[in-house]
Design a protein around this ligand. Structure first.
Ligand SMILES: [Zn+2]
Length: 99
């Protein structure tokens, strides 16, 4: 069983890495590689401590290429039949979120 303090710290780290990754994604260019690296590290933390990522982070990461999905920059968003569908422009993977 994981202690609650360890859990809290892990979640804080994941949130910080997500912030940094979104900033890097907005910068574009070579910073995109760094953004993917940050996402990869955040996923690693989640696996190591066996805790799921916070939903606001989970819903904004591409499953396949680890990119942060920001509408209008690297993803398209549409709504159909009660689902939000986010399509990554880099690898064209779709992410379906039930409303
Ligand atoms: Zn992708």
């Amino acid at each position: 069983m994981i202690e609650s303090t360890e859990r809290k710290i892990a979640i804080e780290r994941m949130q910080r890495l997500f912030e940094l990754a979104s900033q890097r994604t907005l910068m574009g260019g070579d910073s995109l590689k760094l953004a993917k690296k940050y996402t990869f590290i955040a996923k690693g933390i989640s696996k190591h401590y066996r805790i799921s990522m916070p939903k606001e982070i989970q819903r904004n990461i591409c499953k396949k290429c680890d990119a942060i999905l920001i509408p209008g920059i690297n993803c398209n968003v549409r709504v159909s039949r009660g689902w939000i569908i986010k399509k990554c422009n880099i690898c064209s993977t779709q992410k379906r979120i039930f409303i």
